[in-house]
Write a protein that binds this ligand. Sequence first.
Ligand code: ATP
Length: 589
Amino acid sequence: MKKFQPTSARQIRRLFEYMRPWRGYFAGGLAALFVSSITSLALFNYVGHLIDVEAGLLKESAYQVIGWLAIILAVQALASFLRIRLFAVVTERTIASLRSDAFRSLLLKPMAFYSERRVGEITSRLSADITSIKDTLTSILAEFIREIIIITGSVLIMAWTSWQLVLFMLAALPVMALVAVGFGRRIRALSRQVQQQAAEANTLTEEALQAIASVKAYTSERWEIQKYDAHNEAMARLGLHNAWFRALFATVVVVVLFGTVVAIVWLGASLVARGIITHGDLFKFFLLSVFMGASIGGLAETWGGLQKALGAIESLFDLMDATPEYNGVPPHRPIQRLKLTGDIQLQKVGFCYPRYPERKVLHQLTTTLPGGCVTALVGPSGAGKTTLAYLLLRFYEPTEGLICIGDQDIRTFDLQSYRHRFAVVPQDIVLFGGTIFENILYARPEASAREVEEAAAKAHVLEFVEQLPQGFQTLVGERGTQLSGGQRQRVALARAFLKNPDILILDEATSALDSVSEQMIQEALSKLMKDRTTIIIAHRLSTIRSADKILVLHKGHLVEEGTHQELVAKPDGLYAHLTALQSLTSPVE
Ligand code: ATP
């Protein structure tokens, strides 16, 4: 468990930095909080007066005291209203900028960050942390400050009334302080564990629902439910364990507190009998000590809440702090105009994924992918084709060797401007939940409607869009589920046309389409690849016969390279073997 150490203080200061622009509102809120707490103390004080006035011990009339009480009540009502209103402004604004920064920092994280974590876990941890911080800013912090004011104020008023009674009461405080510190630590550690468990359970829900079709197809509902229930049970146990501590804490506090109150009433009664204090004083003292007692009891809850928020602040900033891909440069910086039309040279490129630094997935690759030509990457599953494409996209950096385009080391290009010259048509095309138009526009948000339509025409998207009642404005459904596989591919191609990249990476879809779709896609692809450096990650060898160059990878090694004709001419070669295998399994091709 993390202790409350300088790191925690630093994280809190960071949170205050987010609140800084709203410090005027915060100060106003604090002032209102102060006034509302003081007025509630004054209210109790005057109630005591009322008793002494009626007993004829004071000069004021009862109406005067009632008048004062009414004014105090009005001030308190106004102050409470202002407190909530002003703190709400601070909270909403602070949380909005925190959320926006968190989202931004997530988008700027390198791919390595995501290959080590589950997305569902990140999103649910983020939302739980932010909710907890929001709760704190909205009410827990104010509550905590109010309780402190009330406790201090009550002690002061009570001391003014009778120092003997207060001294007696204060003797009980160190006991409570010790209890609070001991329990606080425990509660905080447990809260953090509960939050983690909750995040894991959310991840399970999200993953199961996202893959609902597979869950149903494999009838693995029961298995998913069991997995979820195990987490759920662990979460409930932890929650109960935590509640046990909280309850024990509150009980100990209440016992110490009310024990003290009983003793005070007894001692107070003897002071009244000896004429040292009045009945009104004793009543006031009694009211204030109950009020103070409630505040001390409430401190247990609010302290727990603050500890929880502290855990959330730390975990949120930890998440935000992992190194960004763009070295902290905002993504809306102007894009430089680069030309990446030259040859791509690989010089002894080796690579291991950061997660498994011992396991090499690419070994000493040295070759050239000619600029403006089509190069196909071929090889059995797991050979490293996708990995090589990732290195070209600079999702990862090679662990050995160098990649150059037109003789320039790719690491020297500005990352965003570099990637801007690429278009990728992936295997499983994910569309965003907007309209078809927006999905194409995604490639270049500044493009005009005309350009989008032109791109759509080239990719044969127009053919099916025209059949739809709402045309381009048709919503594609979550992740594009309302379009067929072939239609989605055509939308993805339209995106690539609109992007007009220097380098095109095609991860060829494995599933075969019907022949009309296939023909349209092939035709669109040849248009798209014309005079562009194209890299095809090929699964069906029949589609790459005309590639200018074929690189054959096997277990991360480059085992052969050449054109189709050259490679099939080597009867013992891997390519010839793979081609023979495919023509056996799919004789039509
Ligand atoms: P396929 O044709 O099946 O898509 P591929 O040739 O594209 O395969 P890669 O995806 O490049 O193969 O994978 C090469 C190797 O790297 C595999 O052994 C794989 O297990 C490993 N690998 C891929 N992604 C990661 C990752 N994020 N972290 C660790 N290892 C990975």
